[in-house]
Design a protein around this ligand. Structure first.
Ligand SMILES: [Zn+2]
Length: 484
């Protein structure tokens, strides 16, 4: 009975609709039903939404209007509802949210491969800090960040998190590339290229935060380097700055065992507990590394809603250890994924970071079910967005969210056959498989061609500047020992 009356209701509505269509057609000629406007539709690929239900549409389509995703549905449904100004045919590919890198030092691509195979403190104190003291300049940061942005767009990163010097140059280069950035001006306890004292660094950070306040692509913030390079008063001053501007505080935390031992000797507290004792965590923050965290430390971070940025490749290369990611996730910690700077990785490919994260935890925990493909893909997308306090706007493909997405080819020998797209993204794909990168509704790379940066000029500038870096670090080295 009920079903029957339902049917008659539907058929009555259909009759009315048909009648009104005939009337409309009679009045206007055969006008199609009005469709909503979309500036861009990406259609035909397997769409991995990373929404709350983790829906996968195969095939699916994403409709974008301006900077925002307006619909995610089947290709037929999107075609029926939207008139697109531009269409990207994505058949045979996987479409997913742009990858979010939660920790890095973009301009350090200029020190890529300069000093490898060293322990962290030797690497930092004998090579990286001296190299930076002699060569960091607005020009190096500008040229380096352009190079990093080129690499990131080519490998599907749509948002990068940065902690460096002359951060306004990072911001300008990031915007020039069309990327999104959460960018922290470094504050550190010794004289550096852009500030002679921590007070100068703080003033510089605030000027930077004012200059880019409200920017659609750049979140300008402050980055106290670590609890072992910044004094207590300066640490709390950075917290106050981040709070004043409503932006996440960025810092390094418990990267090495030595840092923890030194903190226990000096403060009788672990780094996480020491920072808690200062009230440093009383504002949203992202702590990079967290390799050496006790269960008590994890509880402190969870309590204060501090997010962790996990950097497996840097942690392995510097033999810092394996961060307790499985324990952290189980305790309710928000975990994002990062590459760290290219001096300790040595590339910015988030696909590689995902794969290495999965492998590292399987090996270190002696458990192949640890850090599944789904878990690390979450860390690189919605988890990263949550870590940065942006999960309401980024990290998944859903109506109302900002249109940051990538199209990944799945047609190489290495990716054939494909049974499970999430498995392939983590275990078989590389940054080079990214075909198209879209940020804020704008196509930044189409079919592997970056549209916002002149790739040849970016590479030439970097090579030219590398000669200066080499000369500054190795002044006595013969110019060409091989030729002689
Ligand atoms: Zn770092």
């Amino acid at each position: 009975m009920i079903a029957q009356s339902g049917l008659s209701h539907v058929s009555r509505r259909a009759a009315i609709l048909a009648l009104s269509c005939i009337v409309a057609a009679g009045a206007l000629g055969a006008a199609p039903p009005a469709r909503a406007r979309a500036t861009l539709v990406v259609t035909g690929g397997t769409v991995i939404t990373m929404d709350a239900q983790r829906r996968v549409l195969s095939p699916g389509a994403v409709a974008i209007n301006g900077t925002t995703i307006v619909a995610v549905d089947t290709p037929q449904a999107i075609a029926a509802r939207y008139a697109a100004a531009s269409v990207i045919q994505a058949g045979g590919t996987v479409v997913l949210p742009g990858l979010i890198n939660t920790h890095g030092h973009a301009a350090m691509v200029m020190y890529r491969g300069l000093a490898d195979d060293l322990v962290l403190m030797d690497w930092l104190q004998k090579y990286i800090f001296p190299a930076e003291a002699k060569t960091v300049s607005p020009e190096l940061v500008r040229v380096g960040t352009r190079l990093a942005a080129l690499e990131m767009l080519q490998s599907g990163t749509t948002l990068h998190t940065d902690m460096y010097y002359f951060e306004e140059e990072v911001a300008k280069a990031t915007k020039e590339a069309g990327m999104r950035g959460v960018l922290g001006q470094t504050v550190i306890g010794f004289p550096v290229a852009d500030a002679k004292t921590p007070a100068e660094g703080l003033a510089r950070a605030e000027r930077f935060m004012q200059a880019f306040r409200g920017d659609p692509l750049v979140t300008a913030t402050v980055a106290p380097h670590s609890m072992y390079t910044v004094d207590a008063a300066t640490l709390t001053a950075t917290r106050d700055l981040a709070r004043k501007y409503g932006v996440p505080l960025l810092t390094h935390l418990a990267e090495t065992r030595g840092e923890v031992v030194e903190s226990l000797q000096k403060h009788q507290l672990t780094p996480a507990a020491y920072l808690a004792s200062l009230g440093f965590w009383d504002t949203p923050a992202v702590a990079a590394h967290g390799v050496h965290l006790s269960d008590e430390d994890i509880a402190i971070l969870v309590k204060h809603r501090v997010a962790l940025s996990h950097n497996p490749e840097s942690n392995m290369k510097l033999a810092s250890g394996a961060a307790p990611v499985t324990r952290s996730l189980a305790a309710g910690l928000i975990v994002g994924l990062g590459t760290d700077g290219a001096a300790s990785n040595n590339d910015l490919d988030m696909f590689e970071a995902m794969r290495q994260a999965a492998f590292l935890h399987k090996l270190s925990e002696g458990d192949p079910t640890a850090a599944s493909a789904q878990t690390v893909l979450e860390m690189a997308t919605i988890g990263g967005a949550a870590a940065l306090g942006m999960a309401g706007r980024l990290g998944s493909l859903e109506p109302g969210k900002l249109a940051d997405l990538i199209v990944v080819s799945m047609d190489s020998a290495r990716q054939t056959p494909m049974y499970n797209p999430v498995s392939h993204l983590v275990y078989a794909s590389r940054g080079d498989d990214v075909r198209t990168t879209i940020v804020n509704g704008r196509v930044l790379m189409r079919d592997r061609r970056v549209l916002t940066l002149n790739a040849a000029a970016v590479l030439a500038d970097a090579r030219r500047l590398a000669a200066k870096v080499r000369a500054a670090v190795e002044p006595q080295a013969p110019q060409s020992s091989v030729a002689r």
